[in-house]
Write a protein of this length. Sequence first.
Length: 498
Amino acid sequence: MLRQSNQQRLLQKLSPQQIQLMKLLQIPTANLEERIKEELEDNPALEFELENNNPDDTYDLGEGSADGDDSDSTGDEVELSNDSAEKVDLDDFLRREDDDSGGYDYSDDYYGSGDNEKQVSPARVETSFHDYLLDQLGMLELDERRHRIAEQVIGSLDEDGYLRREVTSIVDDLAFGQNIDTNADEIAGLIAEIQQFDPPGICVWTLQECLVLQLKRMPDTKPVRDAIAVLDKYFNEFIKKHYDKIQKHLDLNNEDFKNVIGIIIKLNPKPGAAFAVLNKAESYIIPDFFVFNNNGIPELSLNSKNAPELRISEGYKEMMQAYDRSDKKDKRQKETVIFIKQKLDSAKWFIDAIKQRQHTLLHTMQAILNFQREFFITGDETVLKPMILKDIAVMTNLDVSTVSRVANSKYVQTEYGTYKLKYFFSEALQTDSGEEVSTREVKTILYDMITSENKRKPLSDEHLTDMLLEKGYNIARRTVAKYREHLNIPVARLRKEL
């Protein structure tokens, strides 16, 4: 038996434009250009016009909302059907910019300023670690077969210069992948030759081998021989800093042993790292914001790369005008116009999303600047206030997730250095006087204590805890250990020096 009933449900849905904005918000400046290029390839109605923008230009926050609500006007979806082909309204696309009735606005907001002067961005030229080794491989007198085997060995090195695969695995790779029959002895011989390449210490399996190989490339002196003996026979004791045991077994006085340790600590544990090719976002920092101190007044500006000059193609507008003037409008032409409308909609939404991204970035960063104003004026890390994502969300009327997207992978350049936005967020810690301070302040004080300690008698976590308690910071020893680990500082025994 059929029944008919009403059901009331409360649903929350994100429009495609809101999803697009959220994705753009979390993209750092270094990757924004590639995202725009992807959109340009997918949408021929969108054009990219480069201008000589000044990176120090300050953008006005304006009166608009920064929560993305004003970017929800999406227009109606158009389906490629016979009925919809009859309902194409060209007035929305051909309306002049002085028409106040809404629809598409073909003003400079979407068509650019007409300035065709192009910006030339410098590009960094890099030589990868593997390319550097392959260049040196060409200096060896190898036949084609051995040359391909050596290339396989070099290709098996990681970015630090270590050989992470066993010789037997390389033999199997050559047999199945390149149909080359070889054996472990032949590969070991080629590995020995590659180990003579620059930089010293490459093509080994362990840190111990890497350091010893570098020492063997040094002039043969007694301190170098003693250093080789330390790493060959007492490597575990060395990394645990059991210096007394090593000094006793090698019968070295304090001065000689200090020279040996001085040689070892100057070695490079990652010889290939200097040539490692990272992605654009990781290889060097491109700040998203700039904060300048103008006579005690911090001024915020947005990196000009966040404000690209995008516009809607004039050619697509001309196509719409030609269709409007045409007397013959068959089904195929109307379907083409519907396709053009979809591309124009997509281009307009993307331009709006980029502008909304700029507004949201500035609105959020301005709130952080206002909250941590004293730090941006003085650069003193101890004046940082406890601040969580919710504090900025309340100030900006944004959702916490939106603030998180802005703070993630974004950097601000100040007169005191370049900082990740998440650096300014920290929990609160209560002092003996009841005052709330930032955990960042406690970490800074802890770092200063460890930096100024006597390295021959480094401070233990218990001693550090007592010193912090004397300063009024009520903190447990395990919390001190946690903060020390956050600062990438080892325990006292590993900080000891001769």
